[in-house]
Ligand binder design. Structure first.
Ligand code: DQA
Length: 144
């Protein structure tokens, strides 16, 4: 099983970016932890981060035929990106949306996700553990 972890804008700054909301772990720390957990389940993972919407769309399109599933934190694009939503619908790769913070507990504009309706479901508010829960969710979904 091969899973792509997709990360949107500003997640490259994890560790120093608003740590009260997003924690102290860097994206590399999270990646290392996920790779360790995934290998126990015999899952291969790749991590990708971009600040550019079109690059994320390209990555989703290229994922077809390579990855069995996607775990995605679209970051700010969650709330704005019709293009990412459409790309997910186009490739039909099972996807779990994740967020470090609980987007439903924050500003009004964060409560709506344009991307979640193109996903199996959403995990939000568990800090870096959202990545681990996302891994388990996609694994359980795919192994059925
Ligand atoms: C986020 C929540 C988004 O609203 C925000 O724009 C982010 C991070 C999260 O993981 O909590 O960049 O996706």
């Amino acid at each position: 099983m091969k899973i792509l972890f997709l990360n949107g804008p500003n997640l490259n700054l994890l560790g120093t970016r608003e740590p009260d909301k997003y924690g102290l772990q860097t994206l590399k720390d999270i990646e290392n932890y996920i790779k360790e957990e995934a290998s126990k389940l015999n899952i291969e993972t790749d991590f990708y981060q971009s600040n550019i919407e079109g690059e994320i769309v390209n990555k989703i399109q290229e994922a077809k035929g390579i990855y069995n599933g996607i775990v995605m934190n679209p970051a700010a694009y969650t709330h704005t990106s019709v293009a990412i939503r459409d790309a997910l619908l186009a490739v039909e790769i099972p996807t779990v949306e994740i967020h470090l913070s609980n987007i439903h507990k924050r500003e009004e504009f964060r409560k709506n996700s344009l991307t979640a309706p193109a996903c199996i479901g959403q995990i939000t508010g568990f800090g870096a553990n959202s990545y681990k829960l996302g891994l388990i969710a996609i694994y359980d979904f795919l192994k059925k």
